[in-house]
Design a protein around this ligand. Structure first.
Ligand SMILES: C[S@@+](CC[C@H](N)C(=O)[O-])C[C@H]1O[C@@H](n2cnc3c(N)ncnc32)[C@H](O)[C@@H]1O
Length: 353
């Protein structure tokens, strides 16, 4: 494990190496669970009007403003659930902000924005049963019925504003939305809106992964360059490790020090079981975006499939890795805590209308 410090006091850790022997994940029972997901009723039938169908039974997002590269609903949900487990293994935790005691003692309110299938939200709600959790996403791929009593989900687009009062949540979490917003949106809409709904003294935390790999082979480079070009065309900037913390710093609603933690994940069998999980996740991720990526690269779908297979070989040869990040900051307190109005009921408190 390597630790280093930089401008943002980064705590950096390498999380897997060929020496690692992490315990079993995504084998046996869990694989079966994912396969049975489609028939599990996890997706509520009442939200079907949000989808249209393609290739027989594939549900596609019907949301006009969705900037999603991967619109096929069930595959995307499974991919995000798998990815949650990968990141949980990498970080060995679900968050870094210093709120654990508050979550345990109870009464804390947590918001997960862009919650996707709600995997993080549900796991957190189960871990901290005395606190309450709300997940929001503009694509309602979250469960409506099968959820812990202290978790609920709402459909909302953060760019239109969140349906919550100011100063509501103790922790506001957002994971893997770097490709969803332009740099301007991050700075002018996303961060201010997340901070608005965070209570004074509460925390805002982001978790993201770099798109550019370290030690890329030539095909890996072509794939990630195509993705970067796509993102640049949409006004989405890289690298995230500078622009998210800088946007947080320029918001002026945070305490001075924005905390940055980084972990490096090696990709491929050469890096043990976690490396294998990472390559499985990434190749499925590349497959999920085949259509936009192959047109961006100007290649046929079959050539794109070949590139993904070459990518899987290259990571072994080049010992490829990627960095993942957590950025978190505390909202400043401008009034004494006794002067902050705390709504009395969970249900009444959060919706501003
Ligand atoms: C890559 S997924 C990550 C999901 C989840 N945070 C996780 O880590 O598993 C990004 C999610 O952000 C949602 N999203 C994108 N833009 C959004 C917006 N403007 N408002 C709310 N949700 C958004 C997408 O629908 C998608 O579910």
């Amino acid at each position: 494990m390597g630790i280093k410090q930089s401008k943002h006091n980064i705590t950096a850790t390498i999380v897997n190496s060929s020496k690692d022997r992490p315990d079993v994940l995504l084998k046996g029972e869990r694989r079966k669970k994912f396969r049975s997901f489609r028939s599990s009723g996890l997706l509520d039938s009442s939200i079907l009007e949000n989808w249209r169908f393609s290739h027989g039974d594939k549900r596609i997002h019907n949301l006009k403003n969705a900037k999603l590269l991967s619109p096929v609903v069930d595959e995307e949900v499974e991919r995000l659930q798998r990815q949650h487990r990968l990141f949980k293994r990498i970080w060995q935790s679900n968050f870094s902000s210093p709120v654990e005691e508050k979550l345990k003692s109870g009464g804390a309110r947590i918001l997960d924005v862009g919650c996707g299938p709600g995997t993080w939200t549900i796991e957190m709600a189960e871990s901290f049963p005395k606190s309450t959790f709300t997940g929001v996403d503009f694509a309602p791929i979250f469960p409506q019925e099968k959820r812990p009593v202290n978790a609920k989900f709402l459909q909302a687009n953060i760019l239109d504003g969140l349906p919550f009062l100011d100063d509501t949540f103790d922790l506001v979490h957002m994971r893997l939305l770097v490709t969803a917003f332009t740099a301007k949106e991050w700075e002018e809409k996303v961060i201010p809106e997340l901070v608005r709904v965070t209570r004074q003294g509460g925390w805002v935390e982001f978790m993201e992964s770099d798109i550019q790999y370290l030690n890329e082979g030539p095909t890996t480079q072509r794939l990630s360059n195509a993705l970067m070009t796509f993102m640049k065309g949409k006004g989405i900037l890289q690298p995230i490790d500078s622009y998210i913390p800088s946007s947080m710093e320029s918001c002026e609603k945070f305490e001075k020090e924005i905390k940055v933690e980084q972990k490096t994940c090696f990709v491929g069998k050469w890096a043990g079981e976690l490396g294998q999980l990472a390559i499985d996740d990434i190749t499925k991720g590349w497959a999920a975006v085949k259509s936009p990526m192959s047109s961006m690269m100007g290649v046929k779908a079959s050539e794109y499939d070949d590139s993904v297979q070459t990518f899987a070989k290259e990571v072994e040869q080049y010992k490829t890795s990627f960095k993942t990040w957590r950025f978190f900051g505390q909202k400043i307190s401008t009034t004494s805590s006794s002067a902050i109005t705390t709504p009395s009921s969970w249900d009444q408190s959060e919706q501003s209308q």
